[in-house]
Design a protein around this ligand. Structure first.
Ligand code: NDP
Ligand code: ZN
Length: 375
């Protein structure tokens, strides 16, 4: 399948048009014509090699939405024309304990799970290309169904941002009436505010950005705390039962630990690079759990899609054309976003292809691994 996309060859260059061949569907696989793809801050980290594990060429995109264009032999859950999505994974071993328990995101197979782009979690020399592209193929088990009441342009951010914040709320058992803090109100954070409210929590948003206050309150937050204001942070001391910290860069975590009540849980989902030294004293004295969490399993991803449908939860998206993608990366890199999630309208990529196809850099075909357990 001839596929057109936007990708990069190294950490310093901008995303450019690329062309490659995706292997046609094999038994158990689903091909999707991509209509929309959200831009996650992880796309920027991965393209820039912030985590030191990027495989180039890198064609990002893991909030992929579209319509089924073909199904392989034995596919029983989807048919041509269905509204579907693919999040951060396209494959996993399917036989290890985490996979069997619906936690493919912690797959213990020899390669771990296969990321939608950047290949297997434990690199084996192969690569995958993501949703900044006209078409994508994934095994059936990794395809999500978009509920009828969710617009295709709104669905993408639920597949990464939504599940990443929902999974820790579920795992650490956020209770009705508890106080949930959310630090960093961007793509993940603004989904956490809405999902936390739907689960019955009192939600406090911690943001540096006074300009976001009104939107954050409209999303349902009970309170907004300006995180750069020491007096406001001190007033919120020991008030939270759970905090989801989505801040994407190294930062002092001590002021966030100070927000936690006894027996609470502070979950880091953003910064994966480093924290400056901090005292574990407050953790010990208050039996605070300091933990991390990675996206979520497929069953939970479908669950959060359905929850969003049930509660009319939608991300606040700004639609962009493919020609604006490098500008959006600059905005995310500067931490100067004035909104919550950018979503690429993939029709703009198709128009771009019609007028600029000769410019595209030819890439070697991506590899999505074996389709184990299928005929
Ligand atoms: P966004 O850029 O959309 O949002 C991050 C928010 O953090 C910003 O809106 C801003 O909020 C705040 N922020 C940004 N820069 C800074 C800074 N320099 N100092 C302090 N605060 C800052 O990112 P996403 O929500 O898409 O992603 C957030 C992080 O989560 C990323 O690091 C991403 O890689 C990671 N991630 C992790 C996943 C996982 O599985 N654990 C899955 C998906 C993403 P405000 O203006 O309110 O202060
Ligand atoms: Zn993401």
């Amino acid at each position: 399948m001839k596929t057109f996309g936007f990708g990069t060859q190294n950490a310093d260059s901008k995303l450019e048009p690329v062309a490659f061949e995706r292997k046609a569907v094999r038994p158990g696989e689903v091909a999707i014509k991509v209509t929309h793809c959200g831009i996650c801050h992880s796309d920027l980290h991965q393209v820039r090699n912030d985590w030191g594990n990027t495989t180039y060429p890198c064609v990002p995109g893991h909030e992929v939405i579209g319509v089924v264009s073909a199904v392989g032999e034995g596919v029983s859950s989807y048919k041509e024309g269905d509204r579907v999505g693919v999040g951060c994974m396209v494959n996993s071993c399917q036989v290890c304990d985490p996979c069997k328990a619906g936690e493919e995101n912690y797959c213990e197979g020899p390669k771990g799970f296969t990321l939608t782009y950047n290949g297997p979690i434990k690199p084996d020399g192969t690569n995958t290309y993501g949703g900044y592209s006209t078409d994508i193929v994934a095994r059936e088990e990794f395809v999500l169904r978009i509920p009828d009441t969710i617009d295709l342009e709104d669905a993408g951010p639920i597949l990464c941002a939504g599940i990443t914040v929902y999974a820790p709320m579920k795992h650490w058992k956020l209770q009705k009436g508890q106080t949930l803090g959310v630090a960093g109100i961007g793509g993940l954070g603004h989904m956490a505010v809405q999902i936390g409210k739907a689960l019955g929590a009192e939600v406090v948003a911690f943001t540096r950005s006074e300009s976001k206050r009104e939107d954050i309150l409209k999303l349902g937050a009970d309170k907004v705390v300006i995180s750069t204001d020491d007096a406001q942070m001190e007033a919120a001391a020991q008030s939270l039962d759970m905090l989801i910290n989505t801040i994407p860069v190294p930062h002092d975590i001590a002021p966030y630990i100070a927000l936690m009540r006894p027996n609470s849980a502070l979950i880091v989902v953003g910064n994966m690079i480093s924290f400056p030294e901090f005292s574990p004293g407050p953790l010990v004295f208050n039996r605070i759990t300091l933990a991390g969490s990675l996206i979520g399993g497929i069953e939970d991803t479908q669950e959060v899609l359905n929850l969003c449908a049930e509660h009319n939860i939608a991300p606040l998206v700004k639609m962009i054309g493919i020609d604006q993608v490098n500008d959006v990366f600059d905005v995310l890199a500067n931490g100067s976003d004035d909104g919550f999630r950018h979503v690429i309208d993939m029709e703009t990529l198709r128009s771009y292809r019609s007028s600029n196809s000769e410019e595209a850099i030819a890439l070697s075909p991506p590899d999505r691994g074996e389709v184990v357990n299928r005929a």
